[in-house]
Design a protein around this ligand. Structure first.
Ligand code: ACM
Ligand code: ZN
Length: 547
């Protein structure tokens, strides 16, 4: 019924051509516009009224935004009798998840009330989307910032609304990570999954193990073109985030109500750590094996300094993984975890767990002994032992483990949350086992897959057009209503083998991220493709402005 009313209002608007249209992504639960085309102008004399406590953060965000794109700020006050005011406050709103808000623009001014700080912040994001979008190159110094009269009720559908970024295959500077976080905020997403370690680079400072970044953060070249490539660029690539920088990013995200989840990969995807500390491998003296085509190679420098393990220069899955037999592997990982935990207030800690070949474990005496001593029947159970041991450690420090769906193999750790990436099967199985699930199936939410049929840049393959992202429901039909409750939400993954600069990342995430936001915030009930398409035109202008 609500939707019908909304459509009628929209028709009326189109016929009269008078009321300013409202283009909000993700679509709110309810948007009502009066028949008259009235407007509220935001001007330098408009005041921002903080009627509730702890709203300075949202006020600051709005002012920074106005300053950046419209070259003025609003005066912040705690009360006013003026109607030329944007009032921020709290109200009890009826929604299971935090982040609900209500907003009205009318003759009494602008009023935004959230059910908590987050809700007010989302109201501010909606207000930002009501502002006209200035031309990408000319800042809107003299433009009239008219807001249409409108009444909005809004609340999120899922508690976990995420985007991932792989900083391992290619390193991205802090300035871009912050921009990425702002993109999340614009779309009312609340989780940034930061993939910090990979075969091709270790990206987080660990004080106890300086080689992780002195050696592990750098590779001496990268394959040219699409795997297996046409050669090697022989150019050093790398970088890492200092602990101070990580804290800065986490704080930046927090002020946008975004939780940052670190991912420290184990037991696979660990070539960079092994290059730094070869004893982490089952076979420390065996030189790094490259892909069969041997596009990557040991450089003269590496031979000279006697390194047998190097940071990978090509893409793929590698057999040299953390040894599950040696106690020293677990000591190392626990020490790393001890340094990572204080940097990330998130309740979650992602340990990877995907794509771990068992070939070395099958040949390694220490791994085989571990299996024997623990009655593990195969290497999958050894992986399960590995993950459960790390989970116990994380749980004892108040963290919940997240792993890719391979952690189901050999038995799920008791409290683990599963990230389902190889389709939805792993997520369905985990939900049936009453474990929390985050859906990230390759089809349709791997944003490293191309979104155009005739993509002319190199991508990893696959085809995930925006329509497919938009139509997707993260709760599989195979689940009962009760089981469906274990689906906490979803995220899109951005693996960066073929994204070596921020512009390419933006090219891949936009505009699919807008579709994802409606999947996660608006849900099946409030999505409408025809309306979304119209709104997208405005959103594309906003992206151009921000970039
Ligand atoms: C993955 O894409 N290997 C999680
Ligand atoms: Zn081993």
């Amino acid at each position: 019924m609500r939707n019908i009313t909304f459509s009628l209002l929209l028709v009326f608007t189109v016929i009269t051509g008078s009321a300013q249209s409202v283009h909000i992504i993700p679509q709110p639960v309810s948007v009502k516009q009066p028949r008259i085309a009235a407007r509220f102008p935001v001007t330098p004399s408009t005041v921002l009224v903080l009627e509730g406590s702890n709203l300075e953060n949202s006020a600051r965000y709005l002012n920074e935004y106005l300053q950046q794109f419209y070259l003025f700020k609003l005066k912040i006050v705690s009360t006013t009798t003026s109607k030329n005011a944007i009032r921020l406050n709290y109200e009890r709103l009826d929604n299971e998840l935090p982040g609900a808000y209500t907003m009205t623009v009318d003759g009494k001014g602008v009023y935004i009330a959230g059910d908590n700080e987050e809700g007010v912040f989302y109201g501010i994001q909606t207000l930002i989307q009501l502002l006209p979008v200035p031309d990408a190159r000319l800042k809107m110094r003299l433009a009239k910032l008219n807001l249409p009269y409108v009444s909005i009720q809004d609340a999120p559908r899922f508690e976990y609304r995420g985007m991932h970024l792989d900083a391992g295959r290619h390193f991205f500077p802090v300035s871009f990570i912050k921009k990425y976080i702002d993109y999340l905020a614009l779309h009312k997403l609340n989780t940034f999954h930061w993939h910090l370690t990979e075969d091709q680079g270790w990206r987080i400072e660990i004080k106890k193990y300086p080689e992780l970044t002195q050696t592990g953060a750098w590779r001496n070249g990268t394959i040219l073109g699409k795997y297996p490539g046409t050669g090697n660029d022989n150019t050093r690539h790398g970088g890492y985030y200092t602990q101070e920088e990580i804290k800065e990013v986490v704080q930046y995200a927090k002020s946008r109500y975004i939780d940052v989840i670190p991912e420290i990969e184990m037991p696979g995807h660990s070539s960079a750590a092994i290059a730094a500390y070869p004893s982490l491998s089952c076979f420390p003296d065996e030189p790094t094996a490259f892909s069969a085509d041997r596009v990557a190679r040991k450089t003269a420098e590496e031979q000279k300094n006697g390194r047998v393990k190097i940071v990978q220069e090509t893409w793929g899955v590698f057999e040299d993984v953390y040894c599950a037999g040696k106690e020293s592997t677990f000591e190392f990982l626990q020490n790393v975890i001890d340094e990572v935990i204080p940097l990330f207030p998130s309740k979650y800690f992602h340990i990877g767990g995907d794509e771990c070949p068992k070939t070395h474990w099958k040949k390694c005496p220490a791994c085989q002994l571990r299996m024997k001593e623990n009655n593990l029947k195969d290497e999958h159970e050894l992986q399960s032992y590995f993950v459960q041991r790390v989970e116990k450690y994380l749980n004892s420090r108040g963290k919940t483990l997240i792993g890719w769906d391979e952690i189901l193999e050999g038995g799920l750790a008791p409290n683990a949350v599963v990230m389902s990436w190889r389709g939805e099967t792993g997520g369905i199985e985990a939900a049936k086992q009453k474990h929390g699930v985050i859906m990230t199936p390759g089809n349709p939410v791997y944003f490293d897959h191309s979104q155009n049929k005739n993509e002319d840049s190199i991508t990893i393959g696959g085809y995930n057009p925006i329509e497919k992202v938009y139509a997707w429901d993260p709760v599989p039909k195979e689940l009962s209503a009760e089981e469906g409750k274990y689906i906490l939400g979803a995220q899109a993954n951005v693996w960066t083998e073929y994204m070596d600069n921020p512009k390419k990342v933006e090219y891949m995430i936009f505009p699919r991220m807008a579709a994802l936001s409606e999947v996660l915030w608006s849900g099946q009930k409030n999505k409408k493709w025809e309306l979304f398409e119209k709104k997208l035109a405005v959103q594309l202008k906003r992206y151009a402005l921000w970039r």
